[in-house]
Design a protein around this ligand. Sequence first.
Ligand code: XMP
Length: 453
Amino acid sequence: MYAEGAPRMDPEIFAQGIPTLGICYGAQLLALELGGRVEQTGAGEYGKVSMRATGEGLFASLPDEQTAWMSHRDTVVAPPDGARIVAESEHTPVAAFEDDARRLYGVQFHPEVVHTPHGQAVLKNFLYELAGAEPAWTPAAVIEEQVERIRSQVGDERVLCALSGGVDSAVAALLVHKAVGDQLTCVFVDHGLLRKGEAEQVVETFDGVFHVPLVHVQAQERFLSKLAGVTEPEDKRKIIGGEFIRVFEDEARKLGDVRWLVQGTLYSDVIESGGTDGVAETIKSHHNVGGLPADMKMKLVEPLRLLFKDEVRRVGEELGMPERMVWRQPFPGPGLAIRIIGDVTEERLETLREADAILQEEVRKAGLYRELWQSFCVLPAIRSVGVQGDSRTYGYPIAIRAVTSEDAMTADWARLPYDLIEVIASRIVNEIPAVNRVVLDVTSKPPATIEWE
Ligand code: XMP
């Protein structure tokens, strides 16, 4: 608060009667601008803190004793004039305050993180009870609104969309198709590095069910030949990304004059890029399929710009997209190529694809698929000795990787039930002749990453 250049607000904003919730620095700002006191007490709080709340207002129907996540050094020691203290912790005498008359509220802790177990309830209390907002979000309303927007945006011009097999590009494409029908053409570049059955599902869904004009580019051989002998993970990524762009450009050129490109930008991407401006002009460089050509000079249609991932899924369900596509776990653009350590060959792809299909099937059967951030198999570049029947084998091991995570920045290895691991392992060695050993990756991120390459 007292650092040079620390952001301040015009206190007039707080006099407008607009319900306002200040979080962390926001609470300190409210206090400082409105007659409270913020001090450097010397005792900051970082991490989980026990807090006592009064059970009213923001904390209505919530327990008096709660855990909250804090991350601050300065502390509000006196709330704004006329506000009352509604929560405190050991080092923070004003962990939350309320001024009902002016409709101003402040919390020092972070209600938006999972480490504050009642945080979502606090936000709901603020929105629904104190601010009087209606929980009016429905996927149907989003669809209606976006269809209108897309129509007025693109008029009668043609639109192009690259499908990756993931939920974002699929939902974006279906929304655009709903809006402008056959003005949309989808291009699905099949690089041969998807999981078993996934390419077929994309074609079946878009072509068979929704009748979206679809160009299915069978580029498997093209990608495999480029990858032959390449073992460096970053080289694989560059080759796949570069090749994707070339194939996509070739197809786009064949389609003639297309002005618009659909992009599955989510609200989290907008936030990551530092705000609501500037994103539309640049094509997302970390796009799932390795980035689209920067010089394509196409205007962007971004129907998911205001949505979070869970909302995209709800829109996908509402549009009638198959459950598997809607709930697909995140999958890297370079696909199975970065789950095969070393050389990517047709034979090794086939082995990994079969093992991975067994893992997916069993994880789904156990009802754990949606609980896991990602679950997959990895094929290391070694062989080991085994004995199967009467003979000694020298086969591939398969590693099982399953993690829980909120955002892939950190991850923990999933404690899969032993019985499930046993079923997966024995099916893999029994059904895939090239494999004679299954191991389990029990490392979190950090220090490991989620992928092996
Ligand atoms: P790591 O392995 O860095 O992965 O812990 C974090 C998340 O990113 C995904 N990932 C990628 N996604 N292209 C992508 O589109 C990539 O090259 C790539 N590498 C990793 C990974 O699956 C995990 O969800």
